[in-house]
Each structure stands twice: as C-alpha cells, then as structure tokens.
Design a protein around this ligand. Structure first.
Ligand code: ARG
Length: 458
C-alpha cells in the first residue's frame, strides 16, 4: 500500500510539494493516541457487526504489535508515510493484509486527527499540573524559610511599603494557582470525543459513539460533526493557559534577574542555574531566568499564531489545521521545560537579609504608615498625606529616614503632629497593621501558609 488516497490520481506528489506538506516528522509523536483510537474504533465496528470477531481480534493484535514496534523505535519510516495516520495504517496492513484495509471504515483522518490531538492534550494536563505544583512547592519552601523576613514592596519598581518576603513570594503562588484552574478548564475543553464525525457529516456506519468515547476515556462526545472536525478551541484554551503561565514564570524570572544583580544583591542563584562569561571572569549570569523570560514571547505568540491559522477558514476541515501541531507542541514543550527549570532554580535561591534590610532604609518605605498613624490621631487622611509629604521632603534633605526625625523637626512641619508618634513607626508595626484578608500581617501570612501546606504539603 502506498498512499491512502491513490485511486483517482495518476502521478505521485511532486517532491517539493511532498516535503512541504508531509507532517510525519512533527505528528509521529501522536502515535500512541492514533493507535488507541484505532483500537477503540475497531472495537466499535465489531460491536455493530461491521467487523467480525476474527477481523477485530486480528486488527487489535496488529495495533498492539505496531505500538510495541513504535515504542522500540524499530518501525521504520518510508518515503510515502505522509502523517502518523497513514503510517499506522500502513504498518497494520503490512501485518494483517486486507483485514488492515478495513480499519478505516466509517472514519476519516479528519475526525481521527481531532481525536488524537484531544487525547494528547488530556495526557499533557497532568504533567503540566505537576510542573506548576512543583513551582508552587519551591515557592512555599522559600516562603516558609523566610516567613518573617521583612522586604520592600514596590510599585513602579520604587520602594513602596514594607512587607514580608513570604507575602511577596506567595503572590506568585496565587498566580500559579490560577494556572491550575486554567489547566482544569483546558481539560474540560479537550474532554470531548469527535470520533464518528467522519470527514464532515458523520460516520456512515451505526457506531455507538458513546461506547467508543468511553473506551478512550472521554466523558463526552461532540454534538455536531461539522464543528467536531474543525474545532481547535481546545488547543486555544491550552495555549491560553500556557501563555498565562509563562507570563507568570517570566515575571518571576525578571525579579530573580534584578535581585541577583550585584547592584541589588538581595539573592544568590545557585551555580547549577547560572553561567559564567567567556570573557569576564567575575560574571555569574542568570541565563536560565533570562531564557524563561525570553522564551515567553514564543509561547505567548502561539495562541495568536493558531488563532490566525483558524480565523479565515470555511467550515469544516482544511489542511491549514495541520499547522496546529508544531505550534502547540513547541509551546507546551517550552512551558514544561520552563516549569522544571523554575522549580529547580528556586530551590537554589538564597536571600541575603543584610542587603534586603539595607535597601529598606532607602525610599522612605514608612511614609504611608506615618500618614496612617496621623489618621489614627484624628487627622483627616488628605491632610495627613500632605503633612507626611512635607516630612519626607525634610528627611530627604537631611539624608535621614522618617523614623530618625527629631521631635523639633516634626513640630517645625506642623504642631498637629503628636510628639512620640515616631515611637510607633517601625517596619514591624507597619507590616502587622495590614491585618486584613490578603494583607501582609504575619498572622494573615501564617493562615495562608497553613492553607497552602494542607494542599501542597510543606
Ligand atoms: N496530517 C493531517 C492534519 O494534521 C491529518 C488530516 C488530513 N486530512 C485530510 N483531509 N487531508 O491535519
């Protein structure tokens, strides 16, 4: 057997056209799914009497043997193997001759490829989930180790207010938890079996589609054959998750790059996730974090690239869809690697409390707290803001922090400022006073940590 569609053609495909159109290099990784769906389909054909018991057993045995050969990498490709579907069929026909030629009864590569991709996505969700949970666990370990460490919170990358380092780290946990929700959504999207939709209008044989779907582990079947062979929303949903997750990894990477610069010096990243320079002997560069940040653009554009493939296509299947695989495999492979790198890299990160505390002396981190203290003394907030602004200007002129101003200096700005107010102005009390749900107060962080430990261990 050569091509799957030879009948009406006299000549073969031009060599350039062949090289341009064959997808076997990219889609052969779908073989376990293609074999699984062929087995389920053959069983379905037997159930409704289209295949005899012997024919079905022969096909099933051949498919199992082909799977083994492919696992062992001994199947061997031939020049006419266009895609994974034609490859699997050729190998089956080689084993069982004309019975193999019955395998494609009542199905098309159109419902087949849609089913294979869905099965691949469903198998990809758990490893991705493990990758995300791995990052959550590494962050949780760091947050537990540095639970009480003070840290500058930033807005506009300007020192803003004191926080706990654990609070900052747990911000990323919140992001990754949203990615887990996105993964569950991608799972629901993919969990719907198109098999039985045929090329476009449904199978001409009375297959029990729900039986076949259950055989493959799907919980639902598609409800419109025209949509089923041309729907790639489940891939867009996975790519949306991949993009969002890479954005989170990228922001974290960006902070690791900044924090590890000798100019900031708040962390050291371990040698196993940094590299040297071929020229400058002193360098210890955060290349892995930079590459996560860099590769994010590839993964982010994947959604748009696939959406652009789909957007102008008339219903139903068009060969353009073949482009989906390269885009999706690349994005998911990159995300998997990035998650693994981030999980491992975080385990090597050491924070430097002295450097962090030295940085906290810059930027008048306690200004908002001072304004809040004035409010608690009865000063309207807008006035308190104004007064504190003046005190900040004074302290900056004197090269001091707000807490170092003298009673006379306070009075020089306004008699409204109570003497002794500065006694309450400490980093620790500023943090403790943010005692709202989701705030940085130590007991809020403890509650959150306890909650996370219950879910992810700790
Ligand atoms: N390799 C094709 C793809 O990925 C399989 C489906 C081919 N269908 C067709 N009608 N030519 O989309």
């Amino acid at each position: 057997m050569s091509r799957l569609w030879g009948g009406r053609f006299e000549g073969g495909l031009d060599q350039i056209a062949k090289a341009f159109s064959f997808s076997i290099e990219i889609d052969q990784r779908l073989y376990p799914y293609d074999i699984a769906l062929n087995r389920a389909h053959a069983k379905g054909l037997n159930q409704v009497g289209v295949l005899t018991e012997e024919e079905w057993v022969a096909l099933d045995t051949a498919l199992i043997a082909v799977k083994q050969e492919m696992d062992d990498n001994v199947a061997g490709l031939m020049d006419d193997d266009e895609d994974v579907h034609s490859l699997v069929e050729r190998l089956v026909v080689q084993k069982v001759g004309s019975i193999g030629k019955k395998m494609h009864t009542g199905k098309s590569r159109n419902d087949q490829v849609a089913t294979g991709m869905r099965l691949w996505v469903l198998d990809t969700i758990d490893p991705l989930k493990e990758g995300v949970v791995g990052c959550i666990r590494s962050l949780l370990q760091l947050a537990l180790r540095y639970e009480h460490q003070l840290f500058p919170a930033f807005t506009h990358f300007q020192p803003a207010q004191p926080t706990l380092l654990s609070h900052h780290l747990l911000a990323y946990v919140s992001m990754f938890e949203r990615d887990l929700t996105r993964l569950e959504h991608a799972r629901v999207s993919a969990d719907c079996c198109p098999l039985g939709s045929g090329a476009v209008v449904g199978s001409g044989f009375p297959i029990d589609r729900e039986f076949v779907a259950r055989e493959l582990g799907f919980t639902r079947v598609t409800d419109n054959s025209i949509d089923a062979v041309s729907d790639r929303d489940f891939l867009l949903d996975l790519l949306a998750m991949a993009g969002a997750c890479m954005v989170h990894l990228s922001r974290l990477s960006d902070e690791l790059v900044l924090w590890s610069s000798p100019l900031i010096g708040m962390i050291t990243i371990g040698d196993s996730y940094t590299t040297g320079s071929s020229l400058m002997p002193q360098k210890k560069n955060p290349d892995i974090a930079e590459l996560i940040r860099g590769k994010t653009s590839r993964v982010n554009s994947a959604w748009l690239t696939l959406a652009s493939v789909i957007k102008g296509l008339p219903l139903a299947y068009n060969r353009d869809f073949q482009e989906d695989k390269g885009i999706v495999f690349d994005a998911v492979d990159t995300l998997m690697q990035a998650l693994g790198c981030m999980e491992g890299m975080l385990q090597t990160v050491v924070f430097h409390p002295h450097a962090i505390e030295a940085h906290m002396q810059k930027g008048q981190l306690l200004a908002t707290e001072l304004a809040d203290l004035l409010v608690k003394e009865g000063v309207p907030f807008r006035d308190a803001h104004e007064l504190t602004g003046k005190l900040v200007a004074l302290a900056d002129r004197e090269g001091k922090t707000l807490a170092d101003l003298s009673a006379t200096q306070l009075k020089s700005v306004s008699p409204l400022i109570p003497e002794g107010i500065l006694a309450h102005l400490t980093m620790g009390s500023a943090v403790s006073s943010k005692n709202v749900l989701g705030g940085t107060a130590p007991n809020q962080i403890r509650d959150r940590l306890n909650h996370l430990i219950r879910i992810y261990g700790g």
